[in-house]
Design a protein around this ligand. Structure first.
Ligand code: G3H
Ligand code: 13P
Ligand code: ZN
Ligand code: NA
Length: 308
């Protein structure tokens, strides 16, 4: 069934594991993720960004997710990723999403609270849960200096006030992760001290880690071997994700790793089979690659196998 993340997060918090939130943009991606979840008997979140809505037309993604639920029999959360306005969040609530993220983190603290509260009031009145963000995910950063970290990473005291005043159901925090395939120059580093302080100040409250792809070297190398050009890509090491999931992080967002797996499979297939031009010939292996990636995440990183 289409469910909210409330029960999933309770179990994940207690069990010190995390639920994977995977970005979806088309049928093959949805099928690959859901097949993996079914194999692992794992709870999952399927999330749709504003860009995905624009690319696929929201109704197609919603209907595909409905099909995946009907076909798999799994409990799945349909989540709006990075909703950029109260209007977009309300639209998704009306459209049947069970969870929405309002990302007003680029506004002032007070404005972030105001916008987030507006979404919470609407969503909760319809039984929908809300994720919001405090602090800013860094862009590509050369060794960030301390003052810059202080300005962009989530402030623990503010996090407590933000949760209390908004009534949100989960909070995305900034501790050094970033979106995309170029997260670190040099040694990967997250601010685990900060995470621990936040987690201790907010007992039993689910935290969310965005920008959490690992950018597995094997898949970057495959892309590059078969005609790609993705030099210097680097993500969050898997052991750091395991550590985060023991410190109150219940939702881990993954998009880039799916993109890399899919692209590597398609590039390889087309190079090795130059006479193929039936899209099913390369989208089939791409779907398998998504499934493999998600199963790896669930089993070896998130720890959510058998959570359903
Ligand atoms: O937040 C970033 C996610 O990877 C979604 O990316 O906005 O290109 O769909 P997108
Ligand atoms: P990645 O780019 O690390 O996969 O992060 C995805 C994300 O945070 C989506 O909201
Ligand atoms: Zn994100
Ligand atoms: Na956890």
């Amino acid at each position: 069934a289409l469910v909210t993340s409330t029960e999933m997060f309770k179990k994940a918090y207690a069990g010190q594991y995390a639920i994977g939130a995977f970005n979806v943009n088309n049928m093959e991606i949805i099928q690959g993720i859901v097949d993996a979840a079914k194999q692992e008997k794992s709870a999952i979140i399927l999330q749709v960004s504003a860009g995905a809505r624009k690319y696929a037309n929201p109704i197609y993604l919603r209907k595909l997710v409905e099909a995946a639920i009907e076909d798999s029999g799994l409990d799945i959360v349909l989540h709006l990723d990075h909703g950029d306005s109260a209007e977009m969040c309300k639209k998704c609530v009306d459209d049947g999403f069970t969870s929405v993220m309002i990302d007003a983190s680029h506004h002032s603290f007070e404005e972030n609270i105001r916008i987030t509260k507006e979404v919470v009031e609407y969503a909760h009145s319809k039984g929908v849960v809300v994720e919001a963000e405090l602090g800013r995910l860094a862009g590509v950063e050369d060794a960030v200096n301390v003052s810059k970290e202080d300005a962009s990473y989530t402030d623990p005291e503010q996090a407590v006030e933000f949760v209390k005043r908004t009534g949100i159901d989960s909070l995305a925090i900034a501790i050094g992760t970033s979106h995309g395939a170029y997260k670190f120059k040099g040694e990967p580093k997250l601010d685990f001290e900060r995470l621990e302080v936040i987690s201790n100040l907010l007992p039993n409250f689910p935290l969310v880690l965005h920008g959490a792809s690992t950018v597995l070297p094997e898949f970057v190398e495959l892309c590059n071997k078969y005609g790609g050009n993705i030099p210097g890509a680097q993500g969050v090491p898997e052991h750091m994700l395991r550590q985060a999931s023991k410190l109150g992080v219940c939702k881990i967002n993954i998009d880039t790793d799916l993109r890399l797996a899919m692209t590597a499979a398609i590039r390889r297939h087309l190079v090795e089979n130059p006479s193929d031009f039936d899209p099913r010939k390369y989208l089939g292996p791409a779907r398998d690659a998504i499934q493999g990636m998600v199963q790896h995440k669930i089993k070896n990183v998130l720890g959510s196998s058998n959570s359903m």
